[in-house]
Design a protein around this ligand. Structure first.
Ligand SMILES: [Zn+2]
Length: 67
C-alpha cells in the first residue's frame, strides 16, 4: 500500500479544503405568485405546483387556510 512520505501541514490541508464549501441550492420562482420555491415541492405561499403551461400558472394542489 502506498503511504504518504510526509504529513501535510495545516496550511496545505486548509488550501486543499478551501474548495470544499457547500453552496446554497438555487431556489426556483413559483409560476403563480413568484415566491422562492424548492424544486419538486408545492409552493408554501399559494399551494400550487409546477410551471406555466398553456397560460395555466401551476396546478392548484393545496387549499390555503385562513388562520
Ligand atoms: Zn406560489
Amino acid at each position: 500500500m502506498p503511504n504518504p512520505k510526509r504529513r501535510h501541514s495545516k496550511h496545505r490541508k486548509r488550501i486543499r479544503r478551501s474548495h470544499h464549501a457547500l453552496l446554497m441550492a438555487p431556489a426556483n420562482r413559483c409560476a403563480h405568485c413568484g415566491a422562492a420555491v424548492k424544486s419538486h415541492r408545492v409552493c408554501d405561499n399559494c399551494g400550487r405546483y409546477g410551471f406555466e403551461k398553456g397560460g395555466q400558472k401551476g396546478t392548484a394542489v393545496l387549499e390555503k387556510q385562513e388562520v
